[in-house]
Write a protein that binds this ligand. Structure first.
Ligand code: UDP
Length: 476
């Protein structure tokens, strides 16, 4: 790249994956980079932009998610581009069609955007940051002569397992007519992992799906990136990260939270929030169980019913986030008849809330989670032990970290099918059983690990600075 006497101001175009759990950490990443002297152009799809807008209490046409950040002097620009479908298209209901078409049409939208941006950007565009699940950004980086940074929003363990899909195939643990069931001991940086703890897509027997095509392309593309940034902490996954670092420049810079871990200066929710604070303030400290399955996962009506009966039997206070699309069929009455009357006063059901605010409330004492990575990091930060109920994708692998490795949670279900008796028993064990003391000790340790990583000269701060200096060398 050209050599000026003045150091170039880095200007990165940032593409989050168009899913709630991926947009959420990408926004504070943009803020962190801008706070460190970067110009950022953040790209959302029209659909994500629209969802965020309509979920705000008072949307105004001139605002975008970075309006407040800009007022505090950060150079963050914001643009929206199409994802190949009209706004009214139901991406959740037509999930398969969306993910089949999106990777084919999105590169053209990206190229159109960059054809406009690259010649006229001031400061000139120097790098691109794209979610690792995209399949084509090495081609884009090469075409526009940009440094290519891959942003991974899940644990390093999940990244490394996808990264080594070829090894899993060679050894017959993945993509064979009858996948091996014995322990996997050959993945660099992963001493041992059972096949049941692999991500759901790597446990599948049908590997001809659209998702598998995306995974194959994405994890071959990431190998061509210049840097990998991971929303994790070096001390949480030291061996896995060291092994990845032998392959490519990899930086654990997490946890990436909105500033102050309070209601962020940017709003990223795609559903309207219910305010739970008043209700929570009527409850004893540590007495409320928070239940949420994130933004994306679906559960069966039967399982939702058993969880409802289990909550009812357990007698604990709870807040349950039940998204309207939690059950993938178009069933409307998913809760047992009379459930809401039965739990009156001790149970609050909402369609969405500000999770980080809820988890930060002193009344919260436990969390039934689907094991989404953002939820795990947020729960650790708030010292809330977990009941793990993974539903798909990386959640099975994240469960292993939470329950088996870090011991900050217990399984909601030991053997399927889920029953109301087991749900109730596990809830009581988490909220007040003998093992709670040990869980609280472990979660305190994990919280300290996160806090130390983010402190001045902590590992994540050091890694971030190291990344910025290596990047600057590359763009000079
Ligand atoms: N979340 C929220 N309100 C809710 C449920 C979830 O703000 O009612 C946020 C939560 O704080 C987290 C994200 O949505 O940051 C979910 O991400 P996660 O990785 O846990 O799961 P995913 O949605 O990707 O499956």
């Amino acid at each position: 790249m050209e050599n000026n006497t003045h150091p170039k101001k880095p200007h990165a175009v940032l593409f989050p994956y168009p899913l709630q759990g991926h947009v959420i950490p990408s926004v504070p990443l943009a803020v962190k980079l801008a706070s460190n002297g970067f110009t950022i152009t953040f790209i959302n799809t029209h659909f994500i932009h629209h969802q965020i807008k309509i979920s705000q209490p008072n949307p105004t046409d001139n605002d975008d998610i970075f309006s407040e950040a800009r007022k505090s002097g950060l150079d963050i620009r914001y643009q929206v581009i199409g994802d190949g479908f009209p706004l009214g298209f139901d991406r959740s209901l037509n999930h398969d069609l969306f993910w089949e078409v999106f990777p084919k049409v999105f590169p053209t939208h990206v190229e159109e955007l960059l054809d406009d941006m690259v010649p006229s950007s001031e400061p000139p565009l120097t790098c691109l940051i794209a979610d690792t699940f995209f399949t084509f950004f090495s081609m884009i980086a090469a075409k526009y002569n940009l440094v290519n940074i891959s942003f991974w929003t899940e644990p390093a363990l999940v990244l490394t397992l996808y990264y080594h899909m070829d090894l899993l195939k060679e050894n017959g643990h993945f993509d064979s007519p009858d996948n091996r069931k014995d322990v996997i001991t050959y993945i660099p940086g992963v001493p041992a992992i059972e096949p049941k703890d692999l991500m759901s897509y790597l446990q599948a027997t049908d590997t001809s799906t659209t998702v598998h095509q995306i995974l194959n392309k994405a994890f071959s593309d990431v190998k061509k990136s210049d840097f990998i940034l991971i929303n994790t902490v070096q001390e949480l996954e030291p061996n896995t990260i060291s092994a990845l670092q032998e392959k490519q420049p990899t930086f654990a810079i997490g946890p990436i939270f909105p500033s102050g871990f309070s209601k962020s200066i940017v709003a990223t929710n795609m559903w309207s929030e219910s305010d739970c604070s008043q209700w929570l303030s009527t409850k004893r400290n540590g007495s409320v169980l928070y239940v949420s399955f994130g933004s994306y996962a679906h559960a069966s009506k039967k399982d939702i019913e058993e969880i409802a009966y289990g909550l009812s039997l357990s007698k604990v206070n709870f807040i349950w986030v039940l998204r309207p699309d939690i059950v993938s069929s178009d069933e409307t009455d998913i809760l047992p008849v009379g459930f809401e009357d039965k739990i009156k006063g001790r149970g609050l059901i909402v369609t969405w809330c500000c999770q980080i605010e809820v988890l930060s409330h002193p009344a919260i004492g436990g969390f039934i989670t689907h094991c989404g990575w953002n939820s795990i990091l947020e729960s650790i930060w708030c010292r809330i032990p977990l009941l793990a109920y993974p539903l798909l994708t990386d959640q099975f692998t994240n469960r292993k970290l939470v329950v088996d490795d870090w011991k900050i949670g217990i399984n909601l279900v030991d053997n399927k099918p889920i029953t109301r008796e087991e749900v109730s028993e596990k809830i009581n064990r988490l909220m007040g059983g003998k093992s709670r003391g040990e869980l609280m000790k472990k979660i305190e340790e994990a919280r300290n690990t996160l806090e130390n990583a983010l402190s001045h000269s902590g590992s994540s701060e050091n890694n971030f600075s190291q990344f910025v200096s290596e990047l600057k060398v590359k763009i000079e």
